[in-house]
Design a protein around this ligand. Sequence first.
Ligand code: NAD
Length: 352
Amino acid sequence: MTPFVYTALPVRVVFGHGTIAQVADEVQRLGCRRALVLSTPEQRATAERLHAQMGASAVGIFAEAMMHTPVDVSERAVAVARDLRADCTVAVGGGSTTGLGKAIALRTDLPQVVVPTTYAGSEATPVLGETVDGRKTTQRTLKVLPEVIVYDVDLTLSLPPALSATSGMNAIAHAIEALYAQDANPVTSILAEQGVIALARALPRIVKEPSHREARAEALYGAWTCGTCLGAVGMALHHKLCHVLGGSFNLPHAQTHTVVLPHAVAYNAPAAPGAMARAAAALATTNAAQALYDLAQRLGAPLSLRELGMKQADLDIAAELACASPYWNPRPFTRDDIRGLLQAAFDGARPN
Ligand code: NAD
């Protein structure tokens, strides 16, 4: 057996339907009594419902979470938390809202309860990306790891089918890169397979019938296992490319992951035969890259960077940026390799 190192992260997970009713108990379990509830402006009504349900354990709502965690928003949230003498945060929403809770924790050490409503997986990671003046930097520190995750399947029923599809593909991307990670280990590899199986089965059903409770439960379970992989092992070329495309060209997060994944997998496949065999088996096929492309197509998700508003003229700069700092990848690459991969993703052709 290949030698390995595995570090488990300390987190408590509550999973089920209607579990939002348990959030107040979870806050008390942390020894806290004054929670600040966080959300995006779009999910304010959900935050208000949660706040009401929490009774005296919630002391306010900050509903200004935004994509890419801008530092000025986080600083405003910290000031609100201080004014209200909040002793913990409860973030209800997707990766953007979770990011805000993490940014507050970084600055105040307030414990976090996260109630995820997308499949992004940020709730299970000690990673925070923040932006100042449009520049995104990422750090990894246990200070930002949420203490408690409350998965309430019912809150995901309202996630629009298009975002469900791309958010689910974003989760699958964590699992696929975990399978060939430099620090891959038996625990994350099993979680990764479980996540891919669950999401590949659930997403087509969700797109057809967004309120399918069983499919929603299966997808959210998959999101958790994939997020756990993201939190436990290092990612590679695919995540680097998406970081560059999102950070420097403002492309949408989950959609960019959906488009790039089949091409990054096709590129890495020759260097990671074991991981590819496991990924393909989880996708019930023999070619993982093509199966991921076909899954995205079946879900009606975008297939090309062109559709996402990327400009052909920017592909050269993106290739430069992706090669600017060295990082580990199962298959070595040159700038020309990356340029070729980006062109394939731009055109959106099925990988062969
Ligand atoms: P998001 O949080 O930006 O949500 C997108 C939109 O959907 C928002 O308007 C949100 O309010 C709405 N929404 C979310 N759930 C909903 C629901 N159930 N019903 C109706 N509307 C809903 O999108 P995301 O893809 O979850 O998160 C993306 C962000 O998370 C990016 O900034 C990304 O960098 C970050 N992220 C970080 C990590 C990490 O480990 N640090 C991991 C994954 C993603």
